[in-house]
Design a binder for this molecule. Structure first.
Ligand code: FMN
Length: 184
């Protein structure tokens, strides 16, 4: 599906006058989804206005900033009845509907209505992919020294791969589990 990859896509979610890093979950045969912890501006806006844009950005500092500070309104630009980050390299506009609620979360189904690629350099952020790289680095040392510390780091990465990765990251985990003789 276009800009989204299987697993959890970590994007900057823009809702009315607000930006925050959020994961968009893409699993086989299902529409894209978000799981939003109650109490954030993002969940309030999505329930109120029914739209969100997924913004792909290259600068890591924006993830840290928007997790803890408000976006400046000058950093946003209007797109029809939605908004996006001015510095997005690409963005997707979604209609958003809450389909399930638990004590702590809302599950939101997303219907894409527009997708724009603004620069050729689009960074897709997936913690499962990053965990494969991290685990592979550790594994290259682990096969020589069988250090318990490295094993724990690899197991931590395996958990991230399970949670955030897609089929290809799962295939990588299988290779690493075999060479390291660590059970998945
Ligand atoms: C990479 C990343 C992914 C995140 N994914 C989610 C998510 O899927 N759901 C969620 O409720 N919060 C998620 N968060 C936490 C929110 O970004 C954080 O609670 C933020 O302060 C919410 O801001 P808001 O009140 O402006 O919406 C994530 C944070 C980061 C850094």
């Amino acid at each position: 599906m276009g800009l989204l990859s299987p697993g959890i896509n970590e994007i900057i979610a823009v809702t009315k006058d607000n930006a925050a890093p959020i994961g968009i979950i893409l699993r086989d045969g299902q529409c894209p989804k978000m799981i939003l912890f109650k109490g954030s501006k993002t969940e309030e806006n999505i329930r109120k206005y029914g739209w969100v844009t997924a913004n792909f950005v290259s600068r890591a500092s924006l993830y840290a900033r928007y997790a803890f500070s408000d976006v400046e309104l000058s950093e946003l630009t209007a797109e029809g009845d939605m908004q996006r980050l001015r510095e997005a390299d690409a963005w997707i506009g979604f209609r958003a509907e809450v389909t399930h609620e638990t004590e702590q979360t809302y599950m939101v189904d997303l219907t894409p209505v527009s997708e724009f690629i603004l620069t050729p350099n689009i960074r897709r952020v997936n913690r499962g992919f990053d965990a494969v790289i991290d685990a592979t680095v550790h594994a290259t040392r682990y096969v020589f020294n069988h250090s318990e510390d490295l094993k724990q780091k690899i197991l931590y990465d395996f958990e991230l791969i399970r949670k955030c990765g897609g089929e290809d990251e799962f295939a990588a985990k299988k290779i690493l589990a075999e060479v390291c003789k660590i059970s998945e």
